[in-house]
Design a protein around this ligand. Structure first.
Ligand SMILES: C[S@@+](CC[C@H](N)C(=O)[O-])C[C@H]1O[C@@H](n2cnc3c(N)ncnc32)[C@H](O)[C@@H]1O
Length: 291
């Protein structure tokens, strides 16, 4: 492994909190016990790996896949388990995309670098900023100083569904406040990783307003992570044409969110895009623009 690969490996592990996974398990144990009105055992806290192996294993597997870990099996006094949802208060990571999708960003950027594919990189839908931090870290590690990272988000969560395809998928701040992360918080995360500089540009607002007018000239990699039909469609309509031949389009929610999949499938059909869709994990996919 080169020094750059070691740095990116550590960066990824930190962003998805693999390094202190036991502490996440401890918190889930405590919160779960409180929810079902049980006491906390010091020995379980000390020896969480051996006392709650299934919880730690589930957490590790979910981090690898970027799958939801907030539905936690909590052991009750009679020994049975109750599933407790901690959706809105126990998202501990700096990025929710998981290890496989994070490695996929690295692999695509390796191709961009090795094949001299020109252009900036962008993410539409950054949440706490983790995946965008990883992209900035990659460019910094390899001295790719002539490229920018564009980080687009409302910084106040998802819009309320308005498109027909999004009805029933209300993840706006009213229902899911954990997805609303302010620009100050995201800037602070970049700062924490030593990566807040002129190489990152923030686009604040709804995609339909910010993306069409964004001063982006060319993209080597576009990462769409806005979950909804509207958000995915707006990202593709505004930015797909800026992806250069040989560049990559990564879609986070293709497997997870039917509205996202619909937006992608419709757009590809309208444009006659037949580049194969490559599966990254249960949710993430990507394709490469024909050279
Ligand atoms: C699933 S999160 C992104 C996760 C992130 N990429 C990561 O690394 O963990 C979705 C984000 O998209 C943003 N978003 C979704 N639709 C949007 C829209 N139409 N305009 C602006 N922001 C939007 C939300 O505010 C939220 O931060």
């Amino acid at each position: 492994m080169t020094v750059q690969q070691r740095y990116l490996d550590l960066l990824r592990r930190s962003l998805i909190n693999e390094l202190y996974l036991e502490n996440d398990a401890r918190l889930l144990y405590v919160l779960g016990a409180l929810q079902v009105g049980q006491g906390i055992e010091g020995d379980v806290l000390r020896n969480i790996r051996t006392r709650r192996p299934a919880l730690v294993a589930k957490l590790a597997a979910d981090r690898e896949e970027g799958s939801p870990w907030w539905n936690v099996p909590v052991r009750q006094a009679d020994g049975t388990e109750q599933i407790v949802s901690m959706r809105n208060f126990c998202d501990f990571t700096h990025s929710m995309i998981g290890a496989k999708r994070m490695r996929n960003i690295e692999e695509c950027l390796d191709r961009v670098r090795e094949e001299n594919i020109p252009g900036d990189v962008a993410e539409t839908g950054v949440w706490r900023g983790g995946a965008a931090v990883f992209m900035r870290g990659y460019l910094a590690a390899y001295g790719m100083d002539d490229r920018l990272v564009w980080a687009a988000d409302s910084f106040e969560g998802l819009p309320k569904p308005t498109s027909q395809a999004d009805l029933g998928f209300d993840y706006s701040s009213a229902t899911t406040p954990i997805l609303a992360v302010s620009l100050d918080e995201v800037r602070e995360l970049f700062e924490r990783y030593g990566l807040l500089d002129d190489g990152v540009r923030f686009l604040k607002g709804w995609f339909r307003d910010t993306l069409p007018a964004a001063p982006i000239k060319a993209l080597s990699l576009l990462r769409l992570d806005g979950d909804l039909y509207e958000s995915t469609r707006d990202g593709l309509q505004a930015l797909h044409d800026k992806v250069v031949p040989g560049g990559f389009i990564l879609v986070d929610d293709y497997g997870d969110f039917p509205p996202c999949r619909k937006a992608v499938d419709e757009f590809r059909a309208e444009r006659g895009i037949d580049a194969p869709i490559v599966k990254v994990d249960w949710s993430g996919v990507y394709w490469r623009k024909a050279a």
